[in-house]
Design a binder for this molecule. Structure first.
Ligand code: URA
Length: 210
């Protein structure tokens, strides 16, 4: 990893702050002055900034109950992002969302700087559970459970993997799926002739909220 990235990930300083520190001769690796911000380290070295040793953070996993109106990206010119919702003290840690929720979807989203965790949770072959509470525009039909269990043919011809369906009331239900296709829940109910009006994720893998 580059020395400037290591220091910015593990301190409150940005990459450009670190570059300035390097120019000012304030960064040492194993007691050797570093002059190049692209200098490569493994992370096991003694790394000093302003005479203080910088240690690598353990990975951070931050669970957020996303409100409406925020997109699941780290930066965007037009929309508010979920990064604005994490406490200031975690903002320098390069947390990234594990998968995506739509701007108007609420509920459980995890942010982390552990790229292996992101891969494990989002890889289609791992079939990680996602459970949603869904409110529909029209009444639930008696055939939904069976159709969802078999797999729904979306309007573009894609067939979804079997899902689980539980009725809450006439227009509300829980849907549990193991895929994360683009707008999947909305497209599944559109294929059933209904429309999602509220969507909330309450479980992702072993992590749950109410
Ligand atoms: N499915 C959707 O349609 N939207 C989401 O935000 C998540 C799953």
């Amino acid at each position: 990893m580059r020395i400037d990235r290591f220091i910015s990930t593990n301190t409150i300083y940005s990459r450009s702050d670190v570059k300035k520190f390097i120019k000012k001769k304030r960064v040492f690796v194993n007691d050797k002055l570093i002059k190049d911000s692209s200098f490569q380290i493994e992370g096991t070295e003694k790394i000093e900034l302003n005479k203080e040793i910088i240690k690598a953070h353990d990975f951070i996993y931050y669970i957020l109950d996303k409100p409406k109106g925020f997109i699941s990206a780290t930066r965007d010119f037009k929309h508010k992002t979920i990064i604005e919702l994490i406490p200031e003290k975690y903002k320098h840690l390069n947390l990234k969302p594990v998968g995506r929720l739509d701007k108007d979807t609420t509920g459980l989203i995890i942010l982390t700087n552990d790229n292996d965790f992101i891969h494990t949770m989002t890889s289609p072959k791992n079939n990680v559970i996602k459970k949603y509470q869904v409110t529909l525009a029209d009444n639930i039909q008696s055939n939904y459970k069976e159709k969802i269990k078999k797999g729904i043919i979306l309007k573009d011809g894609t067939i979804t993997k079997p899902g689980e369906f539980e009725i809450i009331d006439d227009k509300k239900c829980f849907l549990t799926i193991t895929e994360g296709k683009y707008h999947q829940v909305k497209r599944m109910f559109a294929a059933l002739g209904n429309k999602v009006v509220e969507l909330r994720r309450i479980q992702f893998g072993e992590y749950k909220i109410t």
